[in-house]
Design a protein around this ligand. Structure first.
Ligand SMILES: CC(C)(COP(=O)(O)OP(=O)(O)OC[C@H]1O[C@@H](n2cnc3c(N)ncnc32)[C@H](O)[C@@H]1OP(=O)(O)O)[C@@H](O)C(=O)NCCC(=O)NCCS
Length: 179
């Protein structure tokens, strides 16, 4: 992709496409396996096609809302809730923006769409994520800028590459949402 294309897409407002088809799922699998993104996820190895198929089979669709983030006619990332706890009105979210489209405001814009969908349409009370605390972690700024608050620290919560990492739960409540 040329710099011109990235610059053009940086100006476009993103929108969300519900993940429905095998083409969507295969695209997500391939992107998640990119080393520049995979290092931020809980997965430690590339996801195979059969693992993806099994994951989809086990996915409780009532408790998940997954979206591809699109802008300027390109698929540029993912946002979604999984799982949603309907009884307690909370949901865990995930997000990624492809490295070539990061830093252009798409993450923030896509997250705002997801927050609006979660708080207004799904009527959730709380939206959260549990973020792995790598050394020199700067991504927390992203959550803070959106209005998420740090809830504490989960000690040695994830194991990656033979090492333990803490994680930081970030959350937002409906009453505190800027929407
Ligand atoms: C985190 C992520 C979604 C941010 O997406 P993005 O499109 O690059 O973010 P934006 O350009 O919308 O940035 C929004 C704000 O957060 C800040 N921000 C984003 N990523 C940041 C980082 N790594 N360090 C510091 N600040 C960051 C930006 O400076 C910006 O601030 P501003 O509003 O004052 O300009 C993206 O970097 C990503 O996909 N990372 C890898 C996967 C990941 O970490 N997912 C989340 C955990 S599962």
């Amino acid at each position: 992709m040329s710099d011109m294309t990235a610059a053009r897409i940086h100006k476009e407002e993103p929108h969300l496409i519900p993940v429905k088809t095998p083409v969507h799922l295969e695209w997500l699998r391939r992107q998640r396996n990119r080393p520049l993104l995979m290092k931020y996820f809980r997965q430690t190895r590339p996801i195979t096609k059969s693992q993806q198929k099994q994951w989809r089979k086990n996915l409780n669709r009532k408790n998940a809302r997954l979206f591809i983030v699109a802008a300027g006619g390109r698929w540029i990332g993912y946002v979604g809730f999984n799982p949603i706890d309907w009884r307690h009105k909370h949901a865990e979210f995930g997000i990624f923006i492809l490295p070539e489209f990061q830093g252009g405001g798409h993450g923030k814009a896509a997250m705002r769409l997801l927050l609006e969908y979660g708080f207004v349409k799904l009527k959730l009370h709380k939206i959260y994520s549990d973020v792995i605390d790598y050394p020199n972690e700067r991504r927390f700024e992203f959550y803070r800028k959106l209005g998420f608050k740090k809830e504490g620290r989960n000690k040695e919560h994830y194991r990656k590459g033979g090492r333990w990492f803490d994680s930081i739960p970030f959350s937002m409540f409906k009453s505190k949402s800027k929407k």
